[in-house]
Design a protein. Structure first.
Length: 272
């Protein structure tokens, strides 16, 4: 298979030999990576052997305003892209009403990894109150409830801050005594105007965040009440892709927030 790094702003070149990629970035030495899992979204429907649609109106624990559905208007594959689309509407599930609907998928029990390089090429939506995220949760919660077992945020974004990229980890004790470390990376361009590659390189004892092949944060200090370092980031995690609406992180949408709003994902690739 020939791998295509399609982001025009990424100073990356690759030579694909089978499933092994030799990657060189402008900020790091060349390293060998082996492709172990991927979804290029080239079909006409979501691959349920790799993903599960989450359907709920729980608000994500963050007072979010959306109802997540598995309806095609909220979750679909078209034109080589995964589309997670939020609508302003009266959404209803089992008698629970919300003012917005959207989409959220996860790879739990279909794609779970302890360490690796995780690369997602995506285009983000713009608008007050839009909260797209690419992140990871532990599959078995080996060290206890959130966030004692950890959370890795590959990419979080506030639609009203089109140049700010958030990369974070959550750890420590179960809520409400959990802690987190985050970095706001000011991108030199509007992240909503084109596709960009969001990536982490997760190794034993360290996690590094990259935008279009350029590193902007590396963390190697955290803890968990459930175990010794590098706990909790020494167990299998799975991927989550979603477009939230509202919540404490971004605030409510305004009347000028454009709907429908789309988080578009070109591919998801996992390397060892």
């Amino acid at each position: 298979m020939t791998l295509c790094f399609k982001c025009t702003s990424c100073l990356v070149f690759a030579i694909a030999i089978g499933s092994t990629v030799f990657l060189a970035a402008s900020t790091s030495q060349a390293q060998e990576r082996t492709l172990v899992w991927q979804d290029e979204f080239d079909g006409n429907r979501l691959d349920y052997s790799k993903w599960e649609c989450e359907v709920n109106a729980f608000g994500g624990g963050n007072d979010e305003l959306q109802l997540y559905t598995d309806a095609p208007k909220n979750v679909r594959v078209e034109n080589g892209l995964l589309v997670l689309e939020a609508h302003r509407e009266k959404a209803n599930i089992s008698g629970t009403l919300r003012d917005y609907s959207s989409g959220r998928i996860r790879s739990k029990h279909r794609g779970d990894w302890q360490y690796g390089s995780f690369e997602i090429r995506a285009k983000l939506p713009k608008g007050q109150g839009l909260w797209p995220a690419i992140w990871m949760l532990p599959t078995e919660e080996k060290y206890g409830g959130w966030a004692a077992s950890g959370e890795i945020d590959i990419m979080e974004f506030k639609g009203q801050e089109p140049r700010n990229l958030y990369g974070s980890i959550h750890f420590g004790e179960p809520w409400p005594k959990n802690r987190f470390t985050t970095k706001i990376h000011p991108a030199p361009f509007d992240l909503t105007e084109d596709f960009h590659v969001y990536r982490i390189d997760w190794k034993e004892g360290s996690i590094e965040w990259l935008l279009d092949g350029r590193a902007y944060q590396k963390l190697n200090k955290w803890d968990s009440v459930g175990g010794k370092f590098p706990a909790p980031f020494d167990q299998p995690f799975h991927l989550i892709l979603n477009l939230a609406v509202g919540g404490r992180f971004v605030g409510a949408p305004s009347e000028s927030t454009p709907f429908p709003a789309k988080l578009e994902i070109d591919y998801v690739r996992v390397y060892k």
